[in-house]
Design a protein around this ligand. Structure first.
Ligand code: GLC
Length: 634
């Protein structure tokens, strides 16, 4: 396998060097996790052998990419990175269909493509593919692993990094490991959390929350075959893996490296917050989770260094930061994590027309940058929106937590007087009063209602809200993720109600099928889809040309005292960008000096290419306008 590279350095040499680089950062967390159950030397040898085997299997072009990224480890922090998130079938029919759509992605400015769950799911309801039956196969309805290899190779050639979901908190109950556990195999029983009687489940349950209180209440499921209880945090058919077992770590690591070798450059690690269980806690965000994430990341740095990891942890502000590296894990865990808080605050500011809560929360809880990591910024995704606003943050902004959360769920379900939104409640929990929200970006932003009313003013407002959201995630700091269809303003799709496998899960309302006809017309059409598509493309192209928007440039929330504007400073080495977002339907003004600017010599707004309009010494912002005021550094 060894080919000669560079100055006589063989691939085997590279492996040794990378092992030497990672060994301590790899073995230290592993011994904290598993020191009590396996000897260090045994685990080290097994792990090293696994990594060496996967490295030996790694295709030559990916090894070249490994080298390129070892030389440029901050590649993913580039302002040229912009992501697109899609279900393969809903976007393009099949894996081969995705290849045919690469020019569409390139044209939009996309350099990162997230394939929503596409490994073989259990039959029937599979939680949108998050109940995986076989990690080694692509869902046969979409294609084969070879098809996936083909499309990732084509994306690589087009400089698009493929991202794939890795569901590692649980498998489907139909997975071979679960089948063996059910058949009584003790090795595989230990892959899951199985209890013969209700004592422990009950004791755990006292502290656990319900993720799906309506569709799957409780965290344990009785399995008649085993006459036992199984830990199932999500749906009854999703069996939680026992991450306290090193065999689970090794097995999942093998799967991850196989996917990396098939061309996945980004692994979206699903539901990571739940991986470690501890009696007497909510079993979320336990410190061991970060040790597991570090061990996975450091393993890939040996056997597939081109790979990065995105943590999906939709948790409160306090718990979120460590997913991008804090304390002893700094710079060593996930490279990306969803900025759930920014997303929630965008919607909260749109609904209330106020920005104190947004500015306060974002300034209070989050550092202005991370080491070797950045946010994945987004406005909508395939999941519901949980109104994660803490009591403490709400009170600091003069509202109450429960009051504001209820206002948001009412507003976005369209119940609040004057609301423009057309969303729906999800998983209303009568015990806690918590209600989450479903709905597509366009429908929540008012486009659906405006189109129905055929009101050009309302349509324009809704378009501006969508473009404001896209400008916010492109300018805030982080890798912006556009959810499929949001670049065209696709509205809610109720057709899922006709499919018995989907009808029970309201999240399908905002997972529409791609409207290729609208997309084709959009290039030139004076329609909402056309304007939103061209506006989004423009935002991404300006972003790509602006180094101040790199992920390693700090994002500092500017406290101007103006409760209608949200302002962020990006002090890059080559230029400073001040993003000012008008979160309201009204014209707003701000004195230039409050942005540390001189009204007589204002920087250019990169989005319009002009200096902003002024009124005396005040900068004027049209309704929902984002400004990217950029001052070059000489
Ligand atoms: C993640 C996914 C969500 C899924 C859950 C269980 O939160 O985004 O869609 O239901 O994990 O896998």
């Amino acid at each position: 396998m060894d080919s000669t590279q560079g100055a006589g350095v063989t691939d085997a040499d590279l492996f040794e060097m990378r092992w030497a680089r990672a060994e301590t950062d790899l073995m230290t967390p592993l011994m904290r996790l598993y020191g009590g159950v396996i000897e260090a030397a045994v685990l080290r040898d097994r792990l090293r052998a696994l990594l060496a085997r996967k490295w030996a299997e790694r295709p030559a072009d990916l090894r070249r990419l490994d080298l390129a990224r070892d030389l440029d480890p901050s590649w993913f922090l580039s302002q040229k990175m912009a992501g697109y998130v899609f279900y393969v079938d809903r976007f393009a029919g099949s894996m081969a269909g995705v290849s045919a759509r690469i020019p569409y992605l390139t044209d939009l400015g996309i350099t990162y493509a997230h394939f929503m769950p596409c490994l073989k799911p259990r039959p029937g309801d599979s939680d949108g593919g998050y109940a995986v039956m076989d990690y080694g196969q692509i869902d046969p309805r979409l294609g084969t692993m070879d098809d996936f290899r083909d499309v990732t190779a084509q994306m690589r050639a087009a400089e698009i990094s493929p991202c794939i979901d890795m569901v590692l908190n649980h498998t489907a109950r139909e997975h071979a490991w679960a089948e063996k556990a059910r058949a009584g195999d003790p090795v595989y029983r230990d892959f899951y959390l199985i209890f013969e009687d209700e004592t422990l489940p009950r004791a755990y349950e006292r502290f656990l929350l319900d993720v799906f209180p309506t569709q799957a209440p409780g965290n344990f499921t009785w399995d008649a075959d085993m006459q036992s209880w199984v830990w199932t945090t999500f749906n009854t058919f999703q069996w939680d893996l026992n991450w306290a077992n090193p065999e689970v770590f090794l097995a999942i690591l093998g799967v991850i490296l196989d996917l990396a070798n098939a061309g996945a450059e980004v692994l979206r690690l699903d539901a990571v917050a739940f991986m470690w269980k501890r009696m007497g806690t909510q079993c979320q965000n336990e410190p061991e989770v970060h040790d597991i994430l570090q061990a996975i990341n450091q393993s890939a740095s040996v056997a597939a260094p081109a790979t990065i990891f995105k943590a999906e942890a939709i948790v409160g502000p306090h718990q979120l930061v460590p997913y991008l590296g804090a304390g002893r894990h700094t710079g060593k865990v996930s490279n990306l994590a969803y900025h759930n808080s920014l997303m929630v605050q965008f919607w909260s500011a749109l609904a209330s027309g106020r920005t104190h809560l947004m500015s306060d929360t974002l300034a209070r809880h989050f550092p202005d940058r991370f080491q070797d990591a950045q946010w994945a910024t987004y406005i909508r995704c395939h999941d519901d929106i949980g109104w994660a606003i803490t009591e403490e943050d709400a009170e600091a902004a003069g509202v109450t937590g429960p009051g504001h959360r209820t206002f948001l769920s009412d507003f976005f379900a369209g119940r609040f007087e004057g609301s423009f939104a057309r969303g729906a409640d999800f998983q209303v929990n009568p015990d806690t009063g918590d209600a989450r929200t479903n709905g597509s970006f366009a429908s929540l932003a008012g486009l659906e209602a405006a189109l129905e009313a055929r009101d050009p003013v309302l349509i324009d407002m809704a378009e501006q809200r969508i473009l404001l959201g896209h400008a916010l995630i492109a300018g805030f700091g982080g890798l912006p993720l556009i959810y499929m269809g949001d670049e065209l303003g696709l509205v809610n799709d109720p057709s899922y109600l006709d499919d018995p496998d989907l009808a029970g899960d309201g999240r399908w309302m905002h997972r529409p099928r791609m409207d290729w006809e609208a997309a084709e017309r959009a290039a030139t059409a004076e329609t909402p889809a056309g304007r939103i598509l061209r506006g989004t493309r423009h935002i991404l192209s300006v972003r790509a040309a602006t180094p101040a928007l790199r992920g390693d440039v700090p994002s500092r929330i500017l406290r101007t005292g103006h409760d209608r504007l949200f302002c962020v400073l990006r002090p890059g080495l080559e230029g400073t960008l001040t993003m000012v977002c008008n979160m309201t339907a009204h014209l707003q003004q701000i004195e230039a000096h409050r942005l540390d600017m001189d009204a007589r010599d204002l920087p250019v707004d990169l989005l319009t290419g002009h200096q902003p309009v002024t009124e005396a010494d005040r900068i004027v912002l049209p309704p929902y306008a984002p400004l990217w005021l950029h001052r070059p550094v000489w």
